[in-house]
Design a protein around this ligand. Structure first.
Ligand SMILES: [Zn+2]
Length: 325
């Protein structure tokens, strides 16, 4: 198989361009695709969209130099140029198209092709080499229609309230929490956000997002009817704040039958900020690259399914292993 000078070492690396994409370790020069912590490190010099820059510095004020590059504006470096395109995953998330002398390399970062409330959906960008995230790269991850999932979630909230308990919806502080909050807009519920989620939501508002009325969990003036909190915070004194409660996890992993028991929650709903399996495959077909490298998640499985659909595809981690041994 034709190979390109692209490497994997806890992040994508273009050695000839000396450019890292989402490395986990601090590097001399890197692109941060979005503000989730597993994509952020304190690099000597990093590039990100203005919204990602604002969100990462909200969460980690002491980060190194992060230069803001708006969507669609080419940035010229000494050995290449790149352009950000919406990735649809969370506010500010970007795909990166790098122009090199061996062709156009498109790195998706975390990707969502459906329309969400707070981020424009990812659109396929033509490229010669695609580096595709594979979080949900197995066939059983096919998410139902989001409007149906949201309707089920609202029905569940109503039934919990009818039983005189407080529904507690679990979603990460950055991205999922704001999507859940927006999904409840039409319901007229009194919504409380965990303080970390409240803080990130304030930054989203500063960046131009509108949300239904909500307040900070623990505000003594208001007893919430619905709580949104990150999964890690649900055991921290919630009962004292809201009394009896029931929990629901909102995640693409809800397609795994065992998830409800594993997380010890009362309900699960498959609401994701990623593309599902079929969307990843269709996306790769639309990009039309002569080679697709899969990274993160079910990379081997997704590469195999892409090959079955007639694409040239390989897990980037596997390429590296072959080089090392
Ligand atoms: Zn992410």
């Amino acid at each position: 198989m034709l190979s390109y000078p692209i490497l994997w070492d806890s992040g994508v690396y273009l050695p000839e361009q000396q450019l890292w994409l989402d490395p986990r370790q601090p590097r001399p020069r890197a692109i941060i695709s979005h503000a989730h912590s597993d994509h952020v490190a304190a690099h000597a010099l990093a590039y990100a969209t203005p919204a990602t820059r604002r969100l990462v510095t909200h969460r980690r004020p002491s980060l190194g130099t992060v230069e803001a590059v708006p969507y669609g504006e080419p940035m010229t470096l000494d050995r290449c140029s790149f352009t950000f395109h919406s990735a649809g995953h969370v506010l500010g998330s970007a795909q990166t198209l790098v122009e090199t002398d061996f062709g156009r390399v498109l790195y998706t970062g975390d990707l969502k092709t459906r329309t969400g409330f707070t981020s424009a959906p990812a659109e396929a960008v033509p490229a010669d080499v695609l580096v595709l995230e594979s979080t949900f790269g197995k066939p059983h991850y096919r998410f139902p229609d989001a409007a149906e999932v949201i309707a089920s979630m609202v029905d569940w909230c109503r039934s919990v309230l009818d039983g005189h308990a407080t529904p507690v919806l679990l979603g990460y502080s950055l991205g999922k929490g704001q999507e859940i909050l927006s999904a409840l807009a039409a319901e007229g519920l009194r919504i409380a956000l965990h303080p970390s989620l409240f803080g990130v939501t304030e930054v989203y508002r500063e960046l131009g997002c509108d949300f239904p009325d909500h307040h900070r969990l623990g505000d003594p003036a208001l007893h919430p009817t619905v709580v949104i909190t990150p999964p890690s915070a649900r055991r921290q004194g919630l009962k004292e704040l809201v009394g009896e409660f029931k929990t629901a996890a909102l995640t693409g992993w809800a397609m795994d039958r065992s998830l409800k028991d594993r997380l010890e929650v009362d309900a699960v709903f498959p609401l994701s900020d990623h593309a599902d399996f079929e969307e990843l495959c269709c996306y790769a077909e639309q990009v039309g690259a002569s080679l697709t490298y899969t990274v993160l998640g079910f990379d081997e499985e997704l590469a195999m399914h892409l090959r079955r659909r007639g694409l040239r595809a390989k897990a980037l981690g596997a390429v590296d292993q072959l080089r090392l041994f």
